[in-house]
Design a protein around this ligand. Structure first.
Ligand code: HDD
Length: 701
């Protein structure tokens, strides 16, 4: 046995192949066993007939280990394959008992365990985080009356109106079947072919081309239940409801060029962000908001409340905040929890009910079905992450991996066995009851005519954006359509955009070199141009009021000014921002007082796209060294181009010049830091997140 300089020197051995590992020859280290519990003596060498001989079939340990490995993967989700989950709780802050008898909405202050999984939609499990895509926002609430899943997105409307179109939509959005690319993006012919042939998609496409589709973090995005649901009160009366999750952290997105670069620098940008925030104790939080309305409102509203391509502006029906969702614990095991969690729209509890939204009705079939395939059988509810946390009893039995078969003789009902052998019985008082909605009508395959206005709300969304956001939308359309190879598809898309906004259509056409504009698509119902702008639809109008929860990248070198650095770090920490030092190398860098700095990133590994704002504090000598460094110039040029706030010490001026941020180009977002007061003012300015007036000066095309 050899010992070496490992973190566990006393138990470390060197194996026959020179590998360093620990053995359980000492108390306190668990002995490895097979799945049958048989202790393992050697986990690194197969059993063979002589050292150079063939492997022996009887090596049950080898066979079990490889067999299990061969079966590690389960099918990835057909959509929303890439996701990241966390645990937390929901706390009721305002009773909804006036309109809903669900237990979760009764007692103010009561906490209900929750699990949330955020996701992208189109990409595979191993794709990048910051792609242009809708984000899933799925919440599982382990209530005392069973699990309630709100399987929502970060966008309040959807691409299609009827679930029967979902396979077509998803096929068109994902990689093209003959070539297997492009991955995790909609910038290709099939997607735009489908949506340009489906006018109902126009509203959602506008959202997808807005900055909503490139969030800065899961923490900084809203969630929406999308459909209209029902709340049922104790007397069985129904109130319509739309669910909203409002981030306490405020809204924030990145810019597109930044997104492209983040995906290279850190494909796990969003999951790392959530992991870091929870580990730092900066627990992300959302308020649960409800828009409540009745039949009278529904009848008077300009659109059909059952149409999932429409939203109800918050100015018309205000969002009542009734609770908070706090994420405070990462998973113990990604596969067991995040991968195996199974959300189903059909999981609702007494007091909540569905409506006739045709998309929701179809979803209620799809989720149960897909989980059975994905998780291998009907007992996926026995997996701890999916099991209710309240008592549950029924006579469902057997099947693959059954963990909770009923005990005793009775496995059917009615039965006449006495309790406890007789088992559970239905409960007409506390049991789930559906709202007794009257139904009539012929059996037809027909879309309601009231679903026919496809452009008015798309237009309302567009005019609700700030000019900066409108430009981003135009640029996104141009980018995506520039990747479409078939000219007719690009032109067809423009016919829809003309019904959204003429300036938008012109801008996109110009970007694509299309002239003259094609005629507008003929709308099924006239386009409403009188819908007022809604501030709630803009990200920039709903940003944070401080730099809390954001990340500052600080460039340091040998000899960095210790006082200024301390002032910057303190100012950032005082508002709850994270900081990271970036330098020419990691470790062994001293400030001007000889103190070693905890440099976490080398400049090429920590480009400015990973930070919300940057500060440049090289010493004069460090600045000279970095002048020849291309990645340093990129760091500054990108931060400037992405409209970030840049703070700098006097010695950083040559670096700014070298990156093209000359004294003439420097604007109010490029801030010279002389002392501690400046650092505080800088961090305060960063609350605006970006210096948007710069954007128009850094783009010529
Ligand atoms: Fe869906 C997953 C959200 C329409 C069929 N969907 C899935 C997830 C989210 C959504 C967040 C991932 C859940 C997780 O993290 O595990 N889906 C939506 C929203 C929709 C929507 C907000 C429209 C309002 N979905 C939709 C339709 C269908 C599906 C119309 C089918 C008819 N969705 C599925 C699915 C998935 C899924 C195939 C794939 C993996 C899974 O369910 O668990 O059943």
């Amino acid at each position: 046995m050899n010992t070496s300089a490992s973190p566990h020197p006393s138990h470390t051995t060197t194996g026959q192949g020179g590998e360093t590992h620990q053995s359980a020859d000492d108390a306190g280290i668990p002995t490895m066993t097979t799945q049958q519990g048989v202790p393992v003596s050697d986990d690194q060498n197969t059993l063979r007939n002589g050292a150079g001989g063939p492997a022996l079939m009887e090596d049950f340990h080898f066979r079990e280990k490889i067999f299990h490995f061969d079966h590690e993967r389960i099918p990835e989700r057909v959509v929303h394959a890439r996701g990241y989950g966390a645990h937390g709780y929901f706390e009721l802050t305002d009773s909804l008992a006036d309109v809903c008898h669900a237990d979760i909405f009764k007692n103010v202050g009561e906490k209900t365990p929750a699990f949330v999984r955020f996701s992208t939609v189109a990409g595979g499990r191993g794709s990048s985080d910051v792609v242009r895509d809708v984000r899933g926002f799925a919440v599982k609430l382990y209530t005392k009356q069973g699990n309630w899943d709100i399987v929502g997105n970060n966008i309040p409307v959807f691409f299609i109106q009827d679930a029967i179109k979902f396979p077509d939509f998803v096929h068109a959005a994902k990689e093209e079947p003959d070539r297997g690319f492009p991955q995790a993006q909609t910038a290709h012919d099939n997607f735009w072919d489908f949506v340009s042939l489906s006018p109902e998609a126009t509203h959602m496409v506008c959202w997808a081309m807005s900055d909503r589709a490139i969030p800065r973090s899961f923490r900084f995005m809203e969630g929406f239940g999308v459909h209209t649901f029902r709340l049922i009160d104790a007397k069985g009366r129904s109130t319509y409801v739309k669910f909203h999750w409002k981030p306490r952290q405020g809204l924030q997105s990145v810019v597109w060029n930044e997104a492209l670069k983040i995906n290279g620098a850190d494909p796990d940008f969003h999951r790392r962000d959530l992991w870091n925030a929870i580990h730092a104790g900066d627990y992300p939080e959302w308020e649960l908001g409800v828009q409540l309305f009745d039949d009278e409102f529904a009848d008077s509203f300009d659109f059909d409340i059952l149409d999932p391509t429409k939203l109800i502006p918050e100015e018309l029906v205000p969002v009542r905040r009734v609770g908070r969702l706090v994420l405070n614990r990462v998973v113990d095991n990604f596969f067991a929890e995040t991968e195996q969690v199974a959300f189903c729209t059909q999981n609702i509890v007494p007091g909540i009910d569905f409506t006739n939204d045709p998309l929701l009705q179809g979803r209620n079939f799809s989720y149960l079905d897909t989980q059975t395939k994905r998780l291998g059988g009907p007992n996926f509810t026995h997996i701890p992450i999916n099991a209710p946390k309240c008592p549950f009893h029924n006579f469902q039995q057997d099947g693959h991996m059954a963990m909770h078969n009923p005990k005793g003789r009775a496995n059917y009902e009615p039965n006449s066995w006495p309790q406890p052998q007789g088992g559970p019985r239905e409960n007409p008082v506390s049991g789930y009851r559906s709202f007794p909605q009257e139904q009539s009508g012929e059996k037809v395959r027909q879309r309601s005519a009231s679903f026919g206005d496809h452009y008015s709300q798309a237009r309302q969304f567009y005019i609700s954006q700030t000019p900066v956001e409108q430009t981003h939308m135009k640029d996104a359309f141009v980018f995506e359509l520039s990747k479409v190879e078939t000219p007719a598809i690009r032109v067809r898309m423009l016919t829809h955009l003309r019904n959204v906004d003429e300036a938008l259509a012109h801008g996109v056409a110009e970007g694509l070199g299309i002239s003259p504009l094609p005629p507008a698509a003929r709308p099924f119902l006239p386009v409403r141009t009188d819908l007022p702008a809604s501030d709630a639809l803009s990200i920039l109008k709903n940003g944070p009021d401080s730099f809390h929860g954001r990340k500052l990248g600080v460039v340091v070198t040998e000899g960095t000014d210790a006082d200024l650095l301390t002032a910057v770090l303190e100012a950032a920490h005082n508002v709850g921002a994270e900081t990271e030092l970036v330098g020419p190398r990691i470790g062994n860098i001293c400030n001007d007082r000889g103190k070693v700095l905890p440099v976490m990133q080398k400049i090429n590994g920590g480009p400015s796209v990973l930070y919300d704002a940057v500060v440049l504090l090289p010493s004069a000598q460090g600045s000279r060294l970095l002048l020849g460094e291309a990645t340093m110039r990129d760091f500054i040029a990108d931060a400037f181009a992405h409209a970030k706030f840049i703070g700098y010490g006097a010695d950083a001026e040559p670096l700014l010049d070298a990156a093209g941020v000359t004294s003439a180009a420097r604007d109010d977002g490029v801030i010279r830091l002389g002392g501690g007061g400046d650092a505080t003012a800088f961090v305060k300015a960063c609350a605006a997140l970006r210096f948007w007036p710069r954007e128009q000066h850094v783009h010529a095309v």
